[in-house]
Design a protein around this ligand. Sequence first.
Ligand code: SF4
Ligand code: SF4
Length: 290
Amino acid sequence: MSLEDLEKIKEEIPYESPVNPVELTLDSEFQFHCHKDISCFNECCKNIDITLMPYDIQRLKRREGISSSEWVAKYTMPFPMDAHDMPGLKLATRPGSTACVFLRPEGCSVYEDRPTACRYYALGSMGVRKQGAAEVEDVYFVVRESHCKGHEEPRTQTVREYLVEQGLVEYDEKNREWRDIVLKKRSSGPTVGKPTPRSMQLFDMCSYDIDNFRAFLESPGFSEVFDIDQQEKRELTEDEDRLFQFSCRFLKQVLYGEMSIDVHAEAKQRRLQRRKERLDENQAGDLPGK
Ligand code: SF4
Ligand code: SF4
């Protein structure tokens, strides 16, 4: 998203929007304090709309000791992140309610592993790419909702202090490469083209199903196509953080052709052959009388 896009969004924010359209930097101060004794305790978790990031799922499925696909089936709702049906996941609510599945009278039952969006609140953040800049820059803003009394509490802090306090330095670092992949897809629009359903399935697995991605990496089919050292493969399967970094490299290769994982010469040949056959079939289908 460019700064121009951001300006457009700010113009479109209705005056009663909870988003305060003042950009904050890491050193900006804002007034806010959330604590257990506040009168609105738990209010924000009773009506949620939380988009999950890959690292949120990795932390929460490890906490519960189940596989990523089991966790996703149990606690999430799918939604399309863009017009090309890029898969996104929202945190589930209790049946017949808008309250979070993890909310208990005493507070959040997964507090130590709560998702990125819960940690950020009442801040919002957005990655923007300035005109001509290679890097995506993070901008922050305050989200002010009438039920949230934390804004009236006499405590100020910088954005940087808040991110540290909320454990977001680690969360943002783990999710950054993936976030940039999603941003690139959104900002490049038609130049990247409409992804195939297969590449969207791979996006789904690489983003939200780390255990299935591990199984995919260990499968004979993967080794037939990709030339990856056995020692490196073993290390990746044993370290989930490194495995997720590798899945992001794989995604960039699939979505944007950024080749960082070697492909066997025979597999390359087979792929070229298949592409040629598909082209021939399409051309034959275009012949008059067909
Ligand atoms: S995960 Fe915890 S903090 Fe986040 S909405 Fe649910 S109960 Fe609230
Ligand atoms: S202060 Fe805001 S964030 Fe904290 S419990 Fe109240 S509504 Fe939720």
